[in-house]
Write a protein that binds this ligand. Structure first.
Ligand code: NAD
Ligand code: ZN
Length: 357
């Protein structure tokens, strides 16, 4: 039997206003006069108040991360080269990611690629990274993905959507400041928040579950109920913790059917992770009856309407590609059905689910 020996984020600051402490955290990394920091910041913040609070010094580098599309290996490689050119090959002392899951993943990926040659597509998989990353810090401005806690950075490459999963991927430090997620537009808040809710439902109903993963998953799920079914005054604080604990839960368990289907939607139709999950989850009554029922209550409460009929009129080749992507995610299906998952996950089943969306 093989037990997972999973790495967690070693340093965490939590609380409203804690973003201010970033400067002190970076001071510990800055040793020499020419040491510099890279701030990878979601482009949405370019015109927002947060921009003025970034503790950048004159010789630091700020990269505005374009999150129109979710992270691609080509974008990671391009930005890594820009960082390398910035200081003639000298690496930064820290890479700070400031944004949602996409930006956090970009920061993780750049910090890994600065010390591992050959381009990010060659590291999509499990434990392919050879060298420790540059020190990297994650600061969410959108909560739900659990990217702040996880050992992966999800990338779309030339032939697959797959993370660079490794112990080196994990952030050295995270700062969870609920002020930073206050005022996120409602639909985005909901879709990314549902990513967390669905992580918990899939982990808690999976065959991989153990008491370690359950402890985090149940608490995270309870927080999701308070956030999305009640109007709790501390909803921002709760969502930040729910996201982190959901990430901790799946670190020792796994996601399931919804994520497998959502990966297909994303790869072929370009749906972003949060909304793609919601579209897929809405047809999974047979898999997660109670979870789907409560999910619909949450949608109703927040007036969310999902796109429908999204696979109508798509080509047979695209449908087959989507089925191939979804059925290729072996650990996810094993979590759903156990080791004989291949007997259950037929192309016909996946097609019928996609056709309902
Ligand atoms: P995102 O990072 O893609 O951002 C979605 C939108 O929200 C963007 O337009 C962005 O500009 C905007 N945004 C971010 N912060 C904002 C703020 N404070 N106010 C207003 N708008 C803001 O969305 P996400 O759902 O957080 O992340 C999705 C990505 O995370 C996907 O690429 C997915 O694959 C990845 N993911 C990674 C992990 C992991 O463990 N690494 C887990 C789940 C998902
Ligand atoms: Zn997810």
């Amino acid at each position: 039997m093989k037990f997972r020996n999973f790495k967690t984020v070693p340093k965490i600051i939590f609380g409203r206003g804690s973003f201010e402490q970033l400067d002190d955290v970076l001071a510990e990394e800055r040793q020499k006069a020419d040491d510099f920091v890279v701030f990878a910041v979601d482009h949405i913040h370019k015109d927002r108040a947060l921009k003025e609070q970034i503790p950048a010094q004159s010789h630091d580098m700020i990269i505005w991360i374009d999150t129109t599309h979710e992270p691609k290996t080509s974008y990671v490689d391009q930005l890594t080269e820009e960082v390398q050119a910035f200081a003639n090959g000298k690496n930064p002392v820290s890479v700070v990611g400031l944004g949602g899951g996409s930006t956090l993943d970009m920061a993780k990926a750049i910090s890994l690629m600065l010390t591992n040659p050959g381009g990010s597509a060659s590291y999509q998989g499990w434990d392919l990274i050879k060298n420790p990353a540059v020190h990297h810090i994650g600061i969410p401005t959108l909560s739900g993905t659990g990217a702040e806690a996880s050992r992966t950075t999800v990338l779309t490459g030339p032939d697959k959507k797959l993370g660079m999963n490794s112990d080196y991927t994990v952030f050295d430090q995270i700062i969870l400041d609920p002020d930073l997620i206050t005022g996120v537009p409602k639909e985005q808040w909901f879709y990314t928040g549902m990513d967390c809710y669905i992580h918990n439902i899939e982990a808690l109903n999976g065959t991989y579950i153990n008491e370690f993963a359950r402890a985090f998953g149940e608490k995270s799920l309870n927080l999701c109920h308070e956030i999305f079914l009640e109007d709790h005054p501390d909803a921002d604080e709760k969502l930040m913790m729910a996201s982190y604990m959901g990430g901790q839960s799946i670190a020792y368990s796994q996601v399931g059917a919804c994520h497998a289907l959502s990966y297909g939607l994303s790869y072929v139709l370009g749906y972003h992770h949060g909304i793609g999950n919601c579209i897929a989850f809405d047809v999974l009554d047979d898999f997660y009856p109670e979870g789907v029922k409560i999910f619909r209550d949450m949608m109703k409460k927040h007036n969310i309407t999902l796109p429908k009929g999204i696979t109508q009129g798509m080509s047979e080749a695209d449908m087959e590609k989507m089925i191939k992507v979804a059925s290729g995610l072996a650990p996810l299906w094993e979590n759903v059905y156990g080791t004989d998952w291949q007997e259950h996950v037929t192309p016909e089943l996946l097609r019928s689910l996609y056709e309902k969306m």
